[in-house]
Design a protein around this ligand. Sequence first.
Ligand code: CUA
Length: 348
Amino acid sequence: MSRSPVVDPNIPFQAVPPAASAYAEQVDLLYFALLGLSAVLVLVLLTMVVGFSIRYRKNAPKARYNPRPSGRGPRLEIGFAVFLFLIFCGFFVWASQLYLQLYGDNRDMLEISVVGKQWMWKVQHGNGAREINSLHVPAGQPVRLQITSQDVIHSFYIPALRLKRDAVPGMYNQVSFTATRTGEYRLFCAEFCGLDHSRMRGRVVVMSEPDYHQWLRDNAQGPAPEAVGKALFQAHQCDACHQNDSGSSAVAPDLRGLFGREVNLQNGQPVRADRDYLRRAIMRPNAQVVAGYDAAMPSYTGQLSEEELLQLIAYIRSLPAQSEKNDGDPKNDGGATSDEAVEEQSDD
Ligand code: CUA
């Protein structure tokens, strides 16, 4: 496993960070276009301010009072304001479209979990490979990060990808990107999070796809997250109630095929069983009780670390949907109305 020093001397400082993705280049284009437009406006306004203050200074020969000819409204002023308004609306649309790209689409992406804690970044890959204060990703492949925090709010920031997302305790924030240029880039925490905030940094290594898969193999430590999650599921005796077999007495909902599906709650409201929902269901189980069941589950607050929660969720996600023939029993699917195979696409 590669451990990066706190300050990586191999990555030179640059005033404008390198652009390691097509997205980063687009953000730069937006940034410099906005900067250019602002410079032009400042120049125009400054010229007018200086020019007029000389032309109409005290005791200047020019008349300072020049009434508008009657019948003509302030057309020039309104025109100028509307013109600028439209231009900046255009910038707003441009910027929002770029921003929304960070949320990615519904494609199956390479998923990597990131947990921030004072003061380090812990990263786990799908095959169980882990790293601290570094993130290895393949070039040319869409990646989705699941970011959370174990203590306070941090912010995962990769300048070379023009990407920043808060790591908030108790929820999973996602961010998607496709790095295109191999190399090593800086990684920062961009939210003041305590004494050693400034040391909470590392590096991002963008590798070619074969190199990345080799790296994954070389760094695989222990079982994959879902396998660890399964062991946790048994160790915490979740399987005593969630028996996940068709013959169970249904004390608790069957978790098979649950991930990404809509679940009906006791209060009649539907909720999508995504990561955030599952996390809440484990930590505060009585907040959202599934229709048809009693609020019988104990809370696991304080018993599971953020990484263990991610592993448990990975296990639940890996459970295949139950077969169609058990649908007669409403308790089998926690009251959900149908068993559509939506779990793969709908998690975001
Ligand atoms: Cu973590 Cu600043």
